[in-house]
Structures are given as C-alpha cells and as structure tokens.
Design a protein around this ligand. Structure first.
Ligand code: NDP
Length: 330
C-alpha cells in the first residue's frame, strides 16, 4: 500500500515492489501464492481510523487470504507440494508460520473455493444467517449483493431452510444469475428507479430476515417493510466504505430506534471470526451441500498480481460478478 485513500481508493494508493524472497526459519513454510482473495474488508485495512482490526502500514503488504503451494517446509506437518490456505496478502511468494496454515485437498474441490464458498465468505453467510437470522419455513429472507460471495450463499441456505429467498443485485445479468442459476424465488435490481416499490412488491408478506451486506439506499428501502420480530444480521455496509464523512441530512437515529422498539426488531452486527467454533461443522455441511448441488457458486478470476488494485477498486463499485479472486500463478 503506497498511501491511504481519501474516499474511493485509486491505483496510486498501490505500488508493485520487487524484493528478495526470504528463507523460512524453524516452524515456517515458504509458499508460492496461487490465488489471492479480494474482499471488501480490505478497504477498512487501508484507513487509519479505529476498527476491529489493525490497518496496513503505509509501505506494507496489503492483507489478504491466499491459497499457495509449499516450496520449502520447516514444519513437520507440511511437505513440498502441499496446497495450503494462508493469510499471506498481496504477494507472489511468502513465508508463513506453519501453525497458521490449513492444508487443502486438491482432489476434493477446486482449491480456489477455500477463499470463497468453502472459506471465509461462505462461513460468514452460514454463521450469520443461521445463528442470528434463524430463518424459519415460510418466512421471507432478503439479502443484497446477492450474486456475491456472501449473499449468494445466504439466499441458498435460506432456501434449504424452507424460507422464501429474495435477492437484491445490481443490473440485469446479476439479477438473472441470482434467480435462474442460484434459484432464489425472486430478485430486485437496486439500480431501478422504482427499486423501493419493486422490493415491496417482491415481499408481499414483509421481511422476516434481512441479511445486511450493503447499507445506503438498499437499507432505506428495506427498513419500512421489516416485520415485527424481524432479525437483521449486520454483516457489511459496503455502500459506506468509501465515505469520508457522514451523509448530509437530518439525524434519523431516533426514528430508527422508535421502530426497533415498537416492532421488536433484532439488529445484530457480527464479525465472522466470533463464530470460530462453528467452522468444523461448516466445512462438512458446505462440502455436502455443494456435492449434492444444493449450493452453487460463481467465481470472478483476474490474472496476475498486478491486476489486484483495479479489481479491488471495482469490487467497491459492484464491477465483480461472483467471488473475486486473483490468480497469481498457475
Ligand atoms: P461481493 O462479492 O458481494 O461484492 C461486493 C458487491 O457489493 C458488489 O458486487 C455489488 O453488488 C455490491 N455493492 C457494492 N457497492 C454497492 C453499493 N454502493 N450499493 C449497493 N451494493 C453495492 O462481496 P462479499 O460477498 O465478499 O461481501 C459482501 C458484504 O459482506 C460486504 O459488505 C463485506 O464487507 C461483508 N463481509 C462481512 C464479514 C463479517 O465478518 N462481518 C465477512 C465477509 C464479508 P451489486 O452490483 O449486486 O450491487
């Protein structure tokens, strides 16, 4: 990271550097990175403001989940050629502590899925929806960024639980994918001029669970049609991540709080790692759902580490279509 962004990140906030590859010490592994995951939380790591995690230093390597191949191992559990999940960031080669790695089975699934549907985003959907949202048969579950890594899984799990899944996505192609490929009951385009009216029509029984990925104008359309006792897992607010200051206008918090009280709403934020004890069950369950065709996924893969800045900037503008990955090496 070359500099901190002011508002939207630009290519100038990043720099491609060359440096010698280090040697692994005792307990460490040398990795060649194959896939880098690009995720919205990285915008938070670029700002110095208070957050739930430490920011990246200026001049430091951007943080990120990665899948890599072991080049050299000084840890008893790993051997040359193993494929592992690591958190090595935006780089082609890395040294990692063996104790922080998870070995992947490349014969079981595509290794890239460890960064998406079978990784952190899939787990976020699983834990947030089932633990906080608790959808029940016949209820209406709404999720925005519905074609993306988290949202696509939220809607499909809602269907598995017998709920009605309503997706919100940007543009005709994403909407068609969410409805026709992922099997949501219906989908609404948040870019349509009459989006709030379309959403209301798509939810004739109101909304019982709203999985919040976005905030902004999507939240404004959802809030009035939340049912009594609705649950709102607050997972992400991507529409706000580039905001340098609060939006103009009157303070709407008192009105929101009045409705939280009178409609008995549950609005509960979470960071996925708080549910870490559910991860083993998630890996088993998600692998079974994928194998049986109950969960489908889409990846959006860019080639070459140098593609990362532009791809990441696009993620914050909705230019990705599916789980965004960079193929760093073949
Ligand atoms: P996605 O793959 O869904 O990509 C982001 C999508 O957000 C875009 O494709 C776009 O979809 C939508 N979007 C971007 N800007 C806006 C906007 N201004 N208004 C409306 N929609 C917008 O990303 P992820 O699935 O990885 O992440 C989804 C959310 O989950 C994010 O908010 C992320 O921060 C959060 N998250 C939270 C975690 C936690 O532990 N709490 C863990 C992982 C993710 P479209 O074009 O359809 O609008």
């Amino acid at each position: 990271m070359a500099s901190r962004p002011d508002g939207k990140p630009t290519p100038e906030n990043f720099r491609l550097d060359n440096a010698p590859i280090a040697e692994p010490g005792d307990g460490e592994i040398a990795l060649q990175i194959l896939y880098l995951s690009l995720d919205p939380y990285m915008r938070g790591r670029m700002s110095a403001g208070k957050s739930y995690a430490k920011p990246v230093d200026i001049g430091g390597v951007m943080e990120g989940g990665t899948v890599g191949r072991v080049l050299q191992s000084r840890h008893p559990d790993f051997a040359e050629g193993d494929i592992v999940l690591s958190h090595s960031g935006w780089q082609s080669f890395a040294i990692a502590e063996g104790s922080t790695l998870r070995k992947l089975d490349p014969t079981a699934t595509l290794i890239s899925t460890a960064l998406g549907v079978l990784g952190m985003p899939g787990f976020t959907a699983y834990a947030g929806l089932l633990t906080i949202g608790q959808p029940k048969t016949g209820e209406t579950v709404v999720v925005a960024a519905a074609s993306g890594a988290v949202g696509s899984v939220v809607g499909q799990i809602a269907k598995i639980r017998g709920a009605r899944a309503v997706g919100i996505a940007g543009g005709a192609d994403k909407c068609a994918f969410v409805r026709d490929e992922l099997g949501f009951d219906t989908v609404v385009d948040h870019r349509a001029p009459d989006f709030p009216a379309q959403l209301k029509a798509a939810c004739p029984q109101g909304i019982d669970v709203y999985f919040e990925n976005v905030g902004g104008h999507v939240w404004d359309a959802v809030f009035p049609i939340l049912n009594d006792f609705a649950r709102v897992p607050v997972c992400g607010l991507i529409a706000q991540y580039n905001d340098a200051s609060p939006p103009p206008g009157p303070d709407r918090l008192p009105g929101v709080m009045r409705d939280v009280l009178s409609r008995s709403l549950l609005i509960r934020g979470f960071i996925q790692r708080e549910f870490v004890d559910q991860r083993p069950a998630f890996y088993d369950q998600m692998a079974a759902w994928i194998a049986s065709g109950l969960i489908r996924y889409r990846e959006d893969v860019m080639d070459g580490l140098e593609a990362a800045p532009e791809a990441f900037i696009g993620l914050l503008e909705g230019r990705n279509f599916g789980k965004l990955l960079v193929r760093v090496a073949n």
